[in-house]
Ligand binder design. Structure first.
Ligand SMILES: Cc1cc2nc3c(=O)[nH]c(=O)nc-3n(C[C@H](O)[C@H](O)[C@H](O)COP(=O)(O)OP(=O)(O)OC[C@H]3O[C@@H](n4cnc5c(N)ncnc54)[C@H](O)[C@@H]3O)c2cc1C
Length: 428
């Protein structure tokens, strides 16, 4: 992994800001295609961090596309989700329509990110940890690099000064908060949904289980079902990842204290999962994730925005690793062409390529969540949905970006309806 000396100016073909799934996915592919790539990541890799650890089959396939086999690398294979509403539950296997039969997995996020950055280094990416891109370098209106500063004095061998990294193209992959992206003019459409999520690890004898619990309709302080869910994901290493997500389509989203909701959810699942609520292994942090393509623009003349920075996570369940890896792939495809033919107008294809890959999931997810934000409709959906493996299977296919091309199932019908409605109300 690279270090910077004081007052350095570096030159590279592509500068990637952020070393999460989106940034790493783009960097690995571009370096393998023969381009000079520098990636800056503000973490040093030493600090632990907790997100959800669930990778659906779409995410696992994206990892396979860069040559990574999660289970061989220590991820815990999962058969699917056991969906709960009240005391009823239905087990739904991962979708395996089409030609692929990839399992989903639980993989600690810090392990996933470490493997991705090691793979990037092996591919020839200049990976610089412990530095934050703070200010874009702009020449004649075009973004041509970034000023970076160390975030952790111990991790770098430079005192505290900044360095400049010049580039032909820049990938903004700095996650949900995306301060760097906002500095380039990206904004979230406030009509569209976001999620508030938080999670923590606990020791559990059931860490080796093969099913994730997804609990729908968690009650708010008045007993109304919240749009969102709680989860318990067995990680296979002696721990489980327990978390909650509240979607902003829930009317009283600002009145929900996510950390308290997590505490009461842990109490609820403690006996079933052999978890001691008093022995949390990590402190939960509450994070906001923009969903459903809600951040725009996703490109400028010399930069592309990927992953959470572009609001790519699924509005149905707020999962975004698969979408982040996918946007990294599309970013690399577009930039490879631009660098190879020496023509940056190919960047203009990026929004349409994203729409082809993920637009339909965003549409149906946004629409479903808008309806389920109403407690009465949510109650009805939970009562009837939880009795039906088919209905829950359809929900899981939408949530994991996995609609079938034959178009025959309930998920595909829901999508066709969403597509029709968004023709009349495009902002939905
Ligand atoms: C509590 C929680 C649980 C979740 N659970 C799941 C789940 O189970 N499955 C799932 O698929 N999704 C889940 N998600 C969503 C998922 O985490 C994101 O969609 C995914 O991480 C997006 O990847 P990314 O690369 O775009 O962003 P990130 O993973 O956030 O990566 C961005 C990276 O950029 C770095 N960075 C930021 N700013 C700078 C800067 N200026 N300079 C340099 N580096 C910078 C950050 O340190 C970070 O490493 C969860 C989210 C939360 C909050």
């Amino acid at each position: 992994m690279g270090r910077l000396a004081t007052d350095t100016t570096r030159h590279t073909d592509v500068l990637v800001v952020g070393g999460g799934p989106a940034g790493a996915s783009a960097a690995i592919r571009l370096a393998r295609a023969g381009h000079a790539v520098t990636l800056v990541e503000r973490r040093t890799g030493r600090s632990p961090f907790t997100r959800g650890d669930l990778l659906d089959p779409t995410a696992v396939r994206e990892l396979g596309d860069v040559g990574l086999a999660p289970v061989e690398l220590g991820a815990h294979p999962l058969l699917g989700l056991r969906m709960w509403a009240g005391d009823r539950s239905v087990a739904v296997r991962w979708p395996n329509g089409g030609s692929h039969h990839t399992p989903g997995v639980a993989w600690r996020r810090s392990d996933l990110n470490r493997v991705l950055l090691d793979t990037a280094t092996a591919a020839g990416v200049d990976v610089i940890l412990g530095y934050e891109a703070t200010t874009p370098i702009v020449e004649r209106g075009f973004v041509r690099g970034a000023v970076v500063v160390p975030t952790d004095a111990d991790a770098s061998d430079m005192a505290a000064d900044s360095a400049s990294i010049n580039c032909r193209f820049l990938v903004v992959a700095d996650g949900a908060n995306s301060r760097f992206g906002r500095g380039l003019g990206t904004t979230r459409d406030r009509q569209w949904p976001y999620a508030i999520s938080t999670s923590a690890y606990f020791d559990s004898e059931r860490s080796g289980d093969s099913w994730v619990d997804a609990v729908l309709g968690l009650p708010d302080r008045n007993g109304n079902p919240i749009t969102g869910h709680g989860w318990v994901a067995p990680v296979g290493d002696g721990t489980v990842n327990v978390g909650v997500t509240v979607l902003s389509t829930y009317r009283d989203v600002l009145g929900v204290n996510a950390l308290k909701l997590l505490d009461s959810f842990v109490d609820e699942v403690a006996a079933r999962w052999h978890v001691d609520p008093a022995s949390r292994l990590t402190d939960p942090v509450r994070r906001r994730t923009p969903l459903g393509g809600s951040v725009r623009p996703v490109m400028g003349p010399t930069f592309l925005v990927a992953g959470d920075a572009a609001g790519m996570a699924n509005p149905f369940n707020s999962h975004g690793v698969g979408a982040a890896l996918m946007t990294g792939r599309v970013t690399a495809e577009v930039l490879d062409e631009a660098l190879t033919v020496g023509n940056s107008t190919t960047l203009q294809r990026y929004p349409a390529r994203l729409d082809e890959e993920i637009g339909r999931y965003h549409k149906v997810g946004r629409l479903s969540m808008r309806f389920l934000g109403r407690p009465r409709l949510m109650r009805v959906a939970l009562r009837s949905g939880i009795r039906s493996e088919d209905a829950m299977g359809a929900a899981l296919r939408i949530a994991s970006n996995d609609l079938r091309d034959d178009g025959a199932g309930g998920a595909e019908r829901a999508y066709r309806m969403a597509r029709m409605m968004t023709r009349f109300a495009p902002s939905w």
